[in-house]
Design a protein. Sequence first.
Length: 684
Amino acid sequence: MTDDAVTRSQIGSMTYLAPTMALVSAEAIAALEGAVAACVAMHQVTIVVDLSKVSLLSGRALELMVATGARLAGLGGWLKVAYPSALVKDIFAVTGLDEQVALYDAPAQGAQPAANARVARVGSGAASPKLGDILVERGAVSAAQVLEAAKLQEQTGKRMGLIMVEKKWLSESALFQALAVQLDLHYVAVRPGLYDPLALALLERDVARRLNVLPLFVVHNTLTLATGEPQAIHAIDEIKARTGCKIRVVLALPADIRRVRDEAYGGTMPDFIHSEADDLELIENQVPDDYTQIDQMAGASPVINMVNAVIQRAIHDGASDVHLEISRNRARIRLRIDGILYEIMTPRADQHPAIVSRLKVMASLDIAERRLPQDGRIQVATQGRTVDLRFSSLPGIYGEKVVLRVLDKNQSILDVDKLGMNDGAAASFKRLLGRSHGLILVTGPTGSGKTTSLYAAISHLKSIEKNIVTIEDPVEYQLDIINQNQVNDAIGLTFPKILKHVLRQDPDIIMVGEIRDRQTAEIAVQAALTGHLVLTTLHTNDTLGAVSRLVEMGVEPYLLSSALIGVMAQRLVRRVCQGCKTSYIVAPEAAAAYRWKGKGDLRLMRGRGCPSCYDSGYKGRMGIYELLEVDNDLQRMIVANASKDAMLAHVNARGHRDLYADGMARAFSGDTTPEEIARVVHSQ
C-alpha cells in the first residue's frame, strides 16, 4: 500500500513505514501518525520507521515517535528506526531519543545515563575525572604538556584547556569533546537543520545572544539547549524560568553557536541550505594581515553563512558558475546550471559589498581595491570532496560584479568512453589519438566542454613511456605524470613563449589550452609537422570552420593541410529530467522537419517540470559531437584554399555526420529534445 507521504510495506511480522519527506510540516507528521494508527488497527505492532528519505525532524515528530514507542510497547510490540542520516542521528542523540527509540539492527550498547541524570550532574559536585587525564587518555596531548599547562594555570589563573588551545597543542574541538566526557554530556557540532523553529520561539533572540546558547528541540516539555558554558548554572536557571521547560544541556563550540544562532534568528539566510551537507571548510586560506577596515558586515556570521550556503548550493546543484550582481536598488545571485542561469536569491543591496569582500578574503585578494578587476582562487572542502572556485571581479557603475567558476573534479569526465560520443565518433577519435604526430582540434563556443574533452584525451594517452606537456590558462585539473604549465600574461609568460620552450623539453604529446593568435597557431602547426601530437581548442561553430579560421589567422594552407589530422566540434545539450519525463507522439510534419527516417509514429520524451529541475524539464547535460578526419582529398582542397561550401559538399558525400544529426539521434532515443538541439546547434 502506498500513500503520497508514507509508504507502507510488510516484511514477515514487521511493518516498514517510510516517510517520503522531511518530518517537519503538520501534514507530514499527521500522515505518519495516520499510518501508525492504521497499522495498530490491523494488529501490526512491530514497526520499523525507515528514515532514509527524511532530511529533517521537528520536535513534534520526535514526540510522536516516543509516544508511538510507548503505545506499541503496551501492546506487546515495539518501534525502531532505520537508515537515519548523520544529521538525524545527531538529533536523536542530542535529544536523548536514542535512549528511548532503538535503531533497527544496531549493535547492543551499554545503558546510557538518562537526560535528567545528565542535567543533575552539571555543577552537582559529583566526582569527575580530571580533564588532563581524559586528554592524555584520548591521545590529544602528552602528560608533559598537561604538567606544563598546570604550572601555567597556577601562574596565570587561566583555565588549563584554554592554555593548551592557545599553545596550539590542542584544537578547541578536541578540548570541548574532552569536556563533554568529563561532564558526562553530549558534544555536538551545531549546524543548520539541528534546531527546531518551535524551540527557538521559546527564547528571545537577545537572551540567546547574551547567554550564547541555542535552543535545539523541545520534546515533552524538555528543552535541549546547546551551550559552551554548561556549568553556568545561573544561565540555565534563567532559561528554565523563562521557558517553563526542563533543560537538557549539550556541549558545543561557542563560535559554532554564535554562527548558527545568528543564522537561525536572523532570517537573512535562504531556505536552501542542505542539512545533509557538511559545514564548508576553506582550504589554504591566507588572509592578508593589513587589509583596511571594510564593512564590518563582511566578518559577521550572517554574511559568512550566506556565502557558504551559496557555495554549497552551487556544488550540490551541479552549477558551473555563480553570478553575484548589483544594480541600482537590488542585488542578485544566480547559478548557471546546465548552461542556463537561475536566480536563487536577492540579498539586500547594502549586503552586496560585504558578500564581495568576504569572497575576496577567501581568495586572498585585496579587499580595499574595488576599482580594478581581480582574479583569484578559492579551494573549499564540502559535502565530502574538495572543490576549486575561480574568482573574477569586474567593477561596474553600481559596484563589483563577481563570477565564481566551479571546478568540481568529482564531476569531471576524464574518460574518452564516458564522453557520450556515438560508437563511430569514439572509434575515430581514439584512432586519431593513436597517431604519432599531427594536429587535432576541438572546437565549439565557450562552455561547450572542449577542455573536458582534451583532459579525457590526455588521460587516454598518458603513459610513463610518454612525455606529455600541457599549456593551460589556467590549469583547471591536476593530473598525474603530466607536465602542466600555466600561462601568466602579467610576467610575459604567454602561450607562444611557453610553447617555444616546451618544444625544447623533448615532448611526445603537447596540449595547448587554446589557439588565440597567429603566433600560437603557427608554432602548434610546426610542432605537429616535426613529429609531435598536438591537441588544442579553437572557437568555431563547426569542424570545417576551424580550417577557415586557421587560414584567416595567417597559417599557410600547405602547412595546415599536412599538419591537421582531425577536427572535433561539440556542444553540451540538456538531458530530459528523469524525475518528470513524459512521452508524446510527434506530428508527421514535425517529424519530417526533424529528418526522421524511421517507420511509424515518432515518439519523443520531454520533461513536465518539477522542483528538482527548476521547472525546466531538463536536468544534467551530455555532449553531442561532430568528428572530421582529414583525408587525402580534403588535404588537397585545403592546399588549394577551396571554399567552405566545396569542402562541405565533399565531406557530406562521404556520409559525414554533423552536429545536428548527432543531436537529433540523441533526441530520437529520448535523451534530450529537438527544441534543445535547435537551441544549441542553431541549425538552418
